[in-house]
Design a protein around this ligand. Structure first.
Ligand code: NIG
Ligand code: FE
Length: 419
């Protein structure tokens, strides 16, 4: 008999997200939440040891005075959200651009005029690691408080060898000192920085010859991402950067087809990227090719909403064509300034016509696979990390239905109640 250090019992709905299938869910499978009524999760240390109906599990599990028991009666229990696309390390916020866009300027116009990503780069370059850590910590608290237990975290506001390493070291440090898990991605190809505007080839050489090798050598990132878009990195440049990254053991990801249909999703498929993200303007052939290559479509409705636009990606079509999709906040100071996954679920349901069940699948098990962590997080199954969130709702559908408020009751990270 296994001894439990933590027992969550009598959950009105326990969404396990477990399935016989290994890998991300697609098509009709996205509706299957592995729902157990009157459910239990038993935890020993940092891991889940048993999941099932309260009456079935309680006879198999040993508890004693040291076991922490939580009664989740009238509550819903699910895996912590996995936010598989964020840019959490930056300096100054950009609310002036927010107002400029409301008054009619476009994201691209602001970027061309030297604002946008490049203004965040100027800010990050002036800050020390300690200052960046101090600024990031309350953001990480907010991710947790809205039910997220793991984020993917990109660099990309340094754009020099020294400043990109600085951001990745900040991400590493944050992962050590904060309960939230951070999975690092190198995004040196986020923009061409100010000093290379007239010699972009030299910046690409810097990425390929110095930055990627150094990041790989220091083991500071698992993934390499490129902002593949008109006016940023074109298809050939993106291919070259990501092939180099692959040869150094960094797995490819792409920001693709966000502003126009540009061929980024086809390139993601060609490179067998782990994910292609955004995809507001993906073509049907892009959907088909990504499905064939097993590349997950990471959809970021917060970036459409945050830019005040209506061009949400064709999520329904992707699901119907059998392409696996995941959801993320794209938390960043420019296009999507929110740490709230419940907000993203509401947008996914209301603006992309996902059902509440599909949205939860996309934000848990599928987003775990979008960062290659599907074996350890994203569902509640014996052997997986005990990253569990208890919601103050009676039906999981309320999480996306009751928008704009925080319905999290408790957050359990690595088997410990931290909120
Ligand atoms: O995912 N598209 C590129 N990067 C971010 C925006 C970054 C910024 O504006 O600072 C995004 O939307
Ligand atoms: Fe992004």
């Amino acid at each position: 008999m296994k001894k439990a250090t933590l027992l969550i019992k009598n959950a009105k709905q326990l969404l396990t997200l477990s399935s016989n299938k290994k890998g991300p869910r697609n098509g009709k499978e996205m509706e299957d939440l592995g729902l157990i009524e009157d459910g239990v999760v038993a935890v020993s240390g940092k891991k889940i040891v048993a999941v099932g109906k309260t009456k079935d599990v309680l006879v198999k599990i040993k508890i004693d005075r040291k076991t922490k028991v939580i009664n989740a009666q009238d509550k819903v229990v699910l895996p912590g959200f996995v936010d598989c696309h964020t840019h959490p390390v930056f300096g100054a916020t950009r609310e002036e651009e927010f107002e400029l866009r409301i008054k009619g300027k476009s994201y691209e116009e602001i970027a061309q005029a030297g604002g946008g990503i490049r203004s965040s780069v100027r800010s990050v370059r002036q800050l020390s690691k300690d200052e960046l850590i101090r600024l990031a910590l309350p953001r990480l608290d907010r991710f947790l408080s809205y039910g997220t237990t793991t984020i993917e975290a990109k660099s990309g506001y340094g754009l020099s060898l020294k400043d990109e390493i600085k951001i990745l070291e900040v991400i590493k440090k944050l992962n050590q000192i904060h309960p939230l898990s951070l999975i690092p991605t190198f995004l040196g190809a986020h923009e061409i920085p100010d000093e290379y505007r007239e010699k972009r080839q030299e910046y690409i050489d810097l990425l390929i010859k110095q930055m990627i090798p150094e990041v790989a050598k220091r083991k500071l990132a698992l993934f390499c991402d490129v902002f593949c878009e008109k006016g940023v990195f074109n298809i050939d440049e993106s291919r070259k950067i990501l092939e180099t990254a692959k040869s150094y053991g960094l797995k490819p990801k792409l920001h693709a087809d966000q502003l126009i249909s540009f061929g980024g999703s086809e390139l993601a498929a060609e490179l067998k990227a782990v994910s292609a993200d955004h995809l507001e303007f993906i073509s049907d052939s892009g959907i088909e090719k990504m499905k064939q290559s097993g590349t997950t479509a990471v959809l970021l409705p917060g970036a459409v909403f945050g830019l005040g636009k209506d061009n949400y990606p064709p999520a329904r079509k992707m699901i119907d064509m059998g392409l696996q999709i995941a959801l993320a906040t794209d938390f960043n100071p420019g296009s999507s300034f929110t740490e709230s996954m419940p907000m993203i679920l509401s947008l996914a349901c209301l603006r992309m016509k996902l059902t509440p069940a599909e949205a939860i699948t996309a934000a848990t098990i599928n987003s775990a696979y979008a960062i290659d962590k599907g074996d350890s997080i994203g569902s509640l199954e014996p052997g997986k990390k005990a990253d569990i969130v208890i919601w103050d709702v009676k039906n999981y559908k309320e999480i996306s239905y009751h928008y704009g408020v925080n319905l999290v009751d408790k957050v359990i990270k690595n088997g410990e109640v931290i909120r």
